[in-house]
Write a new protein. Structure first.
Length: 283
């Protein structure tokens, strides 16, 4: 298998690259300078004389708040960049595995979202990812759209690392308690993405870790596992102003994974414990 992984230096791309290499795949994981997804000519040049089997498109503009003011850059990377990737997939007749987001939904549903629920993004980032999904669906047949949320990986910044860093200099933290969803641990997701790469059960899938929690519950669990004595106050989204609106309900059903014979990700509490041990090992 020859796999192209965009965004290989990001949280997810880093783990996907390593896992595919472990499984014996030939992996191309170029830097953004080598393979600028907004530059179709450069992309074609990089792939000269290479026949791809699968593309895992992890690269994205993910600065959610900055996207509100940097609309053009956000669009160029997330929409036009994905359109360029789609053209590469067509040219190589390659499977495309596209990493999307819970932010394609408005968060107003009372139940967990299923793949066929109507999209209604409430911020620029979510809108750009939704538009990219639409392009893939209209242009390709061999695709997996993988919606995830609350990404946590060993490489790069994330909520867990931020909480641990803040706990070193503060004895009280205020963390949002009315946004509910699921973490997605990249080491777990990488294994599922590899399953997708071997499958022809194409379509849209939700792929977060099992179980649901609020950001406050996640923070509390981190400190409990690390035996850190700190007060974690509950606050509402309305008390924590951000440039981009966030959906209150980011819960997504993974029933479709089960129905199609894929392996669901472990419960987030189990993965959090394993992840914290991995972080300690990195230090």
């Amino acid at each position: 298998m020859i796999a192209l992984i965009t965004g290989g230096n990001g949280q997810l791309g880093y783990d996907v690259t390593n896992y595919f290499l472990e499984k014996g795949a030939k992996v191309l994981s170029p830097s953004s300078k080598e393979f600028d997804i907004t530059n179709a000519e450069l992309m074609d040049k990089y792939l000269t004389d290479i026949n791809l089997d699968v593309i895992i498109h992890c690269a994205a503009y993910t600065a959610v708040d900055d996207a509100e003011s940097n609309k053009d850059i956000n669009y160029d990377v997330n929409v036009q960049g994905t359109k360029n990737i789609v053209e590469i997939a067509k040219k190589h007749n390659a499977k495309l595995i596209y990493i999307s987001t819970d932010y394609v939904f408005d968060g107003e549903k009372d139940l967990p979202y299923i793949e066929t629920d109507k999209k209604n993004p409430i911020n620029e980032y979510g809108n750009s990812k939704s538009l990219a999904e639409d392009i893939i669906i209209s242009e390709l047949q061999k695709y997996f759209i993988v919606r995830i949320s609350w990404v946590i990986g060993i490489n790069g910044k994330n909520f867990v690392k931020t909480m641990l860093r803040l706990s070193e200099k503060m004895d009280t933290l205020s963390v949002i308690d009315d946004q509910v969803g699921s973490p997605t641990f990249t080491s777990d997701l990488s294994k599922l993405i590899y399953e997708f790469s071997l499958s022809d059960r194409f379509g849209i899938y939700h792929a977060t870790n099992e179980g649901y929690c609020s950001w406050n519950e996640l923070a509390t669990a981190i400190f409990k596992l690390k035996n850190i004595d700190i007060n974690v106050n509950k606050i509402s989204t309305s008390e924590y102003k951000t440039a981009a609106k966030r959906p209150l309900n980011s819960r997504m059903s993974k029933d479709k994974l089960v129905k199609n014979g894929f392996t669901t990700l472990p419960h987030w509490k189990e993965s959090l414990e394993r992840y914290l041990k991995e972080l300690d090992g990195v230090k």
